[in-house]
Design a protein around this ligand. Structure first.
Ligand SMILES: [Ca+2]
Length: 221
């Protein structure tokens, strides 16, 4: 009996030792785990602070941007209004290839030579392709050849009724009349020479002519 009790005691003692050892090992594991978790918390905390700093920086950059990029209503509308094209500007834009800028030509004999190479392939037709369309067409042709040409409208210099013709700058500030229907320079010897300088309207460009009349000068229609 005594021997048996002794054996039980020893067994109990061993069990107690095992429990103590286990407990101490568990306590050790717990410490390690806590340390690891604490380290992780610190790392996350540092990351959080880093991100917060970045957010603060972005926030202040955004505020700066806003304060320098804020427009009042009046600034907005003045921008919009200054960037809206007028009808005339839009029309000129659609005609952007109408004139080709070249070095200006002078000399009436060169002008005669340039015009002398031309002939109308479309026949004169009152109201369709008449003096005004022909003048508009010839004005463009001469401008693109380097001449400064102006379209004129007024009473006919040689007949009754209305007429359109050109004045072309042949020396600085001096012009010679050009009869667009016959494609001829009107020379000083022409009996109606002076009448070619009496006109009611003059158009430096096709845009001005179209503003005056939408249908008289549109030789392309
Ligand atoms: Ca012109």
């Amino acid at each position: 009996m005594t021997i048996l009790l002794g054996t039980v005691s020893i067994a109990l003692a061993i069990t107690a030792v095992i429990i103590i050892v286990n407990t101490s090992s568990m306590l050790h594991d717990k410490d390690v785990l806590i340390t690891t978790l604490q380290n992780q918390v610190e790392t996350i905390e540092a990351e959080k602070n880093h991100l917060q700093n970045q957010i603060n920086t972005l926030e202040s950059e955004y505020q700066d941007y806003q304060s320098t990029h804020q427009y009042s209503d009046s600034q907005y509308w003045s921008y919009v209004n200054s960037h809206v094209f007028s009808n005339k500007e839009a029309e000129e834009y659609s005609f952007r290839f109408y004139y080709v800028t070249k070095e200006q030509k002078y000399d009436v004999y060169s002008l005669e030579n340039d015009i002398g190479t031309l002939s109308w392939i479309q026949e004169y037709e009152e109201g369709v392709f008449d003096c005004s369309e022909m003048s508009a067409y010839l004005e463009r042709y001469l401008e693109n050849e380097g001449w400064n040409a102006v379209i004129l409208v007024g009473d006919s210099p040689f007949s009754t009724g209305r007429h359109a013709w050109l004045l072309v700058e042949t020396s600085e500030g001096a012009y010679m009349p050009v009869e667009s229907t016959t494609l001829q320079v009107v020379w000083w010897s022409n009996p109606n020479y002076d009448e070619y300088f009496e006109y009611e309207q003059s158009f430096e460009t096709i845009f001005e002519a179209l503003e005056y009349s939408e249908t008289e000068f549109d030789w392309w229609n």
